[in-house]
Design a protein around this ligand. Structure first.
Ligand code: UDX
Ligand code: ADP
Length: 463
C-alpha cells in the first residue's frame, strides 16, 4: 500500500521530532501530529520557531521547512485518525504511581485510551505503530482492544521502537544506527511491515532496517536501554572505588574503553543517569521478569537502578560532609537542571534528587539552567511530595544569569554537562563566592587544574 497520510498521537519529545523528520524526508506524505494538550499544539504552531515546545538542536529548522507544507500540528485527534493509513502512538507511559505494580510497571492508561479512540473512529483498515516505550506484549493488548471495539475493520499492530537520544534527536533520526520494525508473521503483518519500511527507505539504507516479530522488537528496546544504563551504573560503581583508592575514573574509563570489545561510549562516570527511558525501561524489565517468576533475572537488572540511586545520594552526602556536615542556610548553586545537555527535559534528572536531599538539610538552592524554566524546576520538586509547595518555593531560587546564581554561594554543584559552563569566567565567579569556595562536579566537566589554580576546592565524581 502506498502511504500518503500518517498521523501521530502525542506531540512530545518522541512524536514531535520523529514526525518532523519523517515529514522533511517524505514530502509526498502528509504527516499530522495530534495531542490533547492544546497549549502544546499551539506552541508547535508558533510562528516564532524558538517557541516550539521541545528544545533539540536543529529541530526548529526542520519544523520551519516542513510545517504547513506536509507537517501539521492539531488537536483534532479524530479527524487525523480517520484520514491516516498509519497511526503512530507516541503518548507518555509513566511508571505507575498507584495500585498493582506501583513504582515499577508502566502506566498504560494513555495507550489504552488511544487504542479505544482509534477503534471507535477508524472506518477503514489501519496500521497502528507503537512508538512509545512499552512493556513486552503491549501490542497484544492494543490488538485485543482494537479488535473488540473496532467497526469490523482490520488493524495491523507494529512495534517500531524509538532509539533517539534527547539532545541529539535530529541527528539520531537523520542517521539512525538502525530502524527496528516488529510485526505479525502473517502475510497481512508482513505487508504492514513493508509499508513502514517503505516510509523509512526514503532516507535510511535498507541494510539498516531490521524486521522482527513484535515481541523481539518490544524486548529489544528495553534491552538496549538496560544495557546502556548498566554501563553507566558499572562505571559509577567503579567511581566510588576510585575515590577510595586514588585511581581516577576518567583514566580507568579511557583504559577500558580502548578495548574494542568494550568500546568507549557510555562510560562517563556521573552523578547518575536520568531521562524518561532508562529507569522506566529497566523497571519494566524487572516487573515482567518477576511476573514470570524469574527472580534472579529481576534482581540482576534491578541492581542497575539501586546503583544509580546510590550514586545520586552519595553525591549529596558528599556535599554535606565536605561542607563541615552542615549546609543549613548555606547557598548551594546548581549549574544545570536538565538530565543531560542540549535538552529542556528534566524527567528523572539527578538534580531533582540531589536538591531534595539538600533541602532536607535546610540548604538554600540556587539554580541556573540555560533551557529549563523556573516553573519546571519547582514543579519537579513538588512532584516528589517531600514537602509543601510553599516550602519548595522558599528553598529554591532560579536565576537567569549564572554569575548572579553563583554570587555568595558556599558551593557550586555541576548537575548537567552544558558546554557553556566550561567557558565561564571562573575567576570572576570565585571572587564573588564565600570562601573556601567549593565545586562538586557531578559530570567530570571542568578542568581541575585550572580551578585549583584559582583557589577553588574542586571535587569530581570518581577522583
Ligand atoms: C536513551 C537512549 O540512549 C535512547 O537510545 C533511547 O531511545 C531513550 O533513552 P536519553 O534518555 O535521551 O536516551 O539519553 P542518554 O544520552 O542515553 O542519557 C541518559 C542519561 O545517562 C543522562 O542522564 C546522561 O547524562 C547519562 N549518561 C550517559 C552518563 O551519566 N554517562 C554516560 O556515559 C552516558
Ligand atoms: P515522550 O517523551 O514519550 O514523547 P511526552 O510526555 O513528551 O512523552 O509526550 C507525550 C504526549 O502525548 C503529551 O503531550 C500528551 O499530552 C500526549 N497524549 C497523551 N495521551 C493522549 C491521547 N489520548 N491523545 C492525544 N495525546 C495524548
Amino acid at each position: 500500500m502506498e502511504i500518503t497520510k500518517i498521523c501521530c498521537i502525542g506531540a512530545g519529545y518522541v512524536g514531535g521530532p520523529t514526525m518532523a523528520v519523517i515529514a522533511q524526508k517524505c514530502p509526498h506524505i502528509q504527516v499530522t501530529v495530534v495531542d490533547l494538550n492544546a497549549e502544546r499544539i499551539e506552541a508547535w504552531n508558533d510562528k516564532d520557531l524558538s517557541k516550539i515546545p521541545i528544545y533539540e538542536p536543529g529541530l526548529d529548522v526542520i519544523v520551519g521547512e516542513a510545517r504547513n507544507r506536509n507537517l501539521f500540528f492539531s488537536t483534532d485527534v479524530d479527524k487525523a485518525i480517520d484520514e491516516a493509513q498509519i497511526i503512530f502512538i507516541s503518548v507518555n507511559t509513566p511508571t505507575k504511581t498507584y495500585g498493582k505494580g506501583k513504582g515499577m510497571a508502566a502506566d498504560l492508561k494513555y495507550i489504552e485510551l488511544c487504542a479505544r479512540q482509534i477503534g471507535r473512529v477508524a472506518k477503514n483498515n489501519k496500521i497502528v505503530v507503537e512508538k512509545s516505550t512499552l512493556p513486552v506484549r503491549t501490542a497484544e493488548a492494543i490488538k485485543s482492544i482494537l479488535d473488540n471495539t473496532g467497526n469490523g475493520v482490520q488493524f495491523q499492530i507494529l512495534s517500531n521502537p524509538e532509539f533517539l537520544a534527547e539532545g541529539t534527536a535530529v541527528q539520531d533520526l537523520l542517521n539512525p544506527d538502525r530502524i527496528l520494525i516488529g510485526g505479525d508473521t502473517t502475510p497481512e503483518g508482513q505487508e504492514a511491515i513493508h509499508s513502514l519500511v517503505q516510509v523509512y527507505s526514503n532516507w535510511v539504507a535498507s541494510d539498516k532496517i531490521l524486521t522482527t516479530n513484535v515481541w523481539s522488537s518490544e524486548l529489544s528496546k528495553l534491552t538496549a536501554n538496560a544495557f546502556l544504563a548498566q554501563r553507566i551504573s558499572s562505571i559509577n560503581a567503579i567511581s566510588e572505588l576510585c575515590e577510595k583508592t586514588g585511581a581516577d575514573v576518567n583514566e580507568v574509563s579511557k583504559a577500558i574503553g580502548m578495548d574494542s570489545r568494550i568500546g568507549s561510549k557510555f562510560l562517563k562516570a556521573s552523578v547518575g543517569f536520568g531521562g524518561s527511558c532508562f529507569q522506566k525501561d529497566i523497571l519494566n524489565l524487572v516487573y515482567i521478569s518477576k511476573s514470570y517468576g524469574l527472580h534472579q533475572v529481576a534482581d540482576y537488572w534491578e541492581q542497575v537502578i539501586i546503583m544509580n540511586d546510590h550514586q545520586k545520594s552519595r553525591f549529596s552526602s558528599n556535599i554535606l560532609q565536605t561542607l563541615y556536615n552542615t549546609v543549613s542556610d548555606k547557598k548551594i548553586t546548581f549549574l544545570g537542571w536538565a538530565f543531560k545537555k542540549d535538552t529542556n527535559d528534566t524527567r528523572e534528572s539527578a538534580a531533582i534528587y540531589v536538591a531534595d536531599d539538600l533541602i532536607n538539610e535546610h540548604a538554600n538552592i540556587a539554580v541556573y539552567d540555560p533551557k529549563v524554566t523556573s516553573k519546571k524546576i519547582i514543579d519537579d520538586l513538588n512532584y516528589l511530595e517531600s514537602r509543601s509547595a510553599a516550602a519548595n518555593a522558599e528553598s529554591v531560587i532560579c536565576y537567569n544569569d549564572p554569575y548572579d546564581a553563583c554570587k555568595d554561594a558556599h558551593a557550586i554543584a555541576i548537575l548537567t554537562e552544558w558546554d557553556e559552563f566550561k567557558a565561564y569566567n571562573w575567576q570572576k565567579i570565585y571572587d564573588q563566592m564565600k570562601k573556601p569556595a567549593f565545586i562538586f562536579d557531578g559530570r567530570n566537566l571542568l578542568d581541575a587544574a585550572e580551578l585549583e589554580a584559582i583557589g577553588f576546592v574542586y571535587q569530581a565524581v570518581g577522583s
